[in-house]
Design a protein around this ligand. Sequence first.
Ligand SMILES: NC(=O)c1ccc[n+]([C@@H]2O[C@H](COP(=O)([O-])OP(=O)(O)OC[C@H]3O[C@@H](n4cnc5c(N)ncnc54)[C@H](O)[C@@H]3O)[C@@H](O)[C@H]2O)c1
Ligand SMILES: [Zn+2]
Length: 663
Amino acid sequence: MNAGDRIQELAARLFELRDAYYQGAPLVADAEYDALEDEFRGLLAEHPELTPADNPLDSVGAPAVLHAPVRHSRPMLSLEKANKPEQVEAFFARFPGQPVVVMPKLDGLSLALVYENGRLARAVTRGDGTTGDDVTYLTRALADGVPDRVDAPGRVEVRGECVMLRSTFDAYNKKNPDKPLINPRNAAAGTLRAKDPKAVEGRRMQFFAFDLTTEPESADSDLDAGLRKLGFSVAEMRHCKAAEEAQKVIESIEEQRNSLDYDLDGAVLRLADRDAFAAAGTRSSSPRGAIAYKFAAEEKTTVLADVVWDVGKTGKIAPVAWLEPVFVGGTTVTRATLANQEVIRARNIKIGDTVLIRRAGDVIPFVAGVLDASKRTGEEREIVPPAECPSCAQPLTEQGNSRELFCTNSACPAQTVRRLIHWSSRAAADIDAIGQVWIERLAETGDLVNPSDFYTLTKERLLEFDRVGEVSATRMIESIDRSRAVGLRRALIGLAIPMASEGTAARLCRAGFGSLEEVADAGVEALVAVDDIGAKVAESLTQHLTRLRPEIERLRARGVNLDVRDEDLPPVVAAGAPLEGKSVVITGSISDPRSGEKVARPTFQRMCEKAGATAASSVSASTDMLITGADVGASKLTKAEKLGVEVVDQGEIWAKLIAAGIA
Ligand SMILES: NC(=O)c1ccc[n+]([C@@H]2O[C@H](COP(=O)([O-])OP(=O)(O)OC[C@H]3O[C@@H](n4cnc5c(N)ncnc54)[C@H](O)[C@@H]3O)[C@@H](O)[C@H]2O)c1
Ligand SMILES: [Zn+2]
């Protein structure tokens, strides 16, 4: 195909994809759209004379359709994209001496909030950049971070991104398995532009501001300060004077990406001074005073090759998607979860479909749905849940609204292996010298059925197996021996009691239970009395520990420690302990000044707790001090500074811990 034809073809396709996307029903993942746009841009650069009269790159968004259209006071534009450090340098070079703010590029719905004489007059979507939809009603009803009043005269326009937080999105989908949202961005767009307010009830949104204009002009020309003064939430803006510094901030934003509660698809660089930004002017579809640095995609499409039903340690039979390998969220993904049969039904997923894979945050890759059902060829197959357990062929039971499938045969071989693997895992007994494959073999031969069977294995028995020599047999036995010290908390985790989490185990220890037997004997009433342990968890604990009684006795008889360990108890704090009553946050990498050796964060935290501190994971207004190790992330420091939290180097704390005999 010649360049001219390809350009025509791409232009048409880009218009089609954009239309669908801005209607809230994308046909492809963003990464695929971006690839087409890049190709198009590349071709136009080579053949500027072939630029079509109707150029998709000249337009922004898509026409407003649903509500009363509102014309913007000045266009709401797109952003020029960058993905190389040279482009960041070029940006700084264009504006010598100008301070730049670097901030996350949130992935939601762009909104303009107009205030007249201090009152919110309307909220408008970007639309096609010139005219947007009036979404004031739903914005007022659903968006947090949109004050009704601001303390400023005249006309104030605040632009920003309205997002659905990941936590809200997950909770919503859990609660509504029959009408799942595909991703937080679509959720945000679909919610505020909904025709029927009833249909979107309870979908909370969060607004983060990134742009401000005031008439008459306000004294504050710094964007960040101006927005905060008016009471808006702002995704953290870092002021940078040079490209190198900005590049570091971009990297730190990308690193933080997994731990944030919102989706972001890049970082935005923008002139920090509002007047300078305005003076820089605009191109056809983007301002000159800002660029967007794009990160790797967290969503991609690929083909669902097959679905395999996997038996878990609690007997739950869950559908696992086998995928054509796809690079998403920084790794190649070949497997993803499909949750349960209700989710499959609600998302109308079939084998052979091109599906959207989402790998965002710390969650396991997930099949979010089918974007473009018109791609179907008719060869696709229904996903049929198994009628019996794929491992033991026993009939299954269905539980709950999402109709999860369970094999209730406690002798089920697949469950047995999963439970053994779980017992040996790091969070539980940590039998690190025996890998999965060995556990499977030993389960097949009947040597291992229950966790307690690990403790009857002998070196002689292991040596009877092919490919086990003296050295590895000794290592395996030593590893098993060490795991006898497991203790109450980790034994509880290792027994894989349905609904009981790692947190449950920790809470029981801290609440004063001294042994696994004590927990088993406590009864539901005593268990629900523990903070944060609900009735369902208490019932599950009681029921399963009663069932496991003989196993608990065997573990004891074989020398396994099931008593609470000192490290799982609340620390005993002496009066006058050096950090008494302090709320601390620990950041950076910690090492013992005496040996120079690295110390694990939890170990150091434990010492601080013994010294009377309570530790939190993030800096807030109630934090007393931020204890910093080496290589501290800039974001925590800025936050501490802003909140007036004392920043203390680890050296100072070590000195106190050593003096108090704690370290
Ligand atoms: N999947 C598809 O079919 C499809 C189609 C079209 C577009 N898209 C996606 O949409 C995006 C392109 O849209 P675009 O070029 O109109 O704009 P953009 O969304 O990439 O960039 C501009 C927008 O960024 C947002 N933004 C977030 N944080 C910001 C901040 N701190 N400062 C300034 N703006 C901020 C604003 O809403 C602004 O409108 C791409 O991610 C593209 O992949 C996808
Ligand atoms: Zn089974």
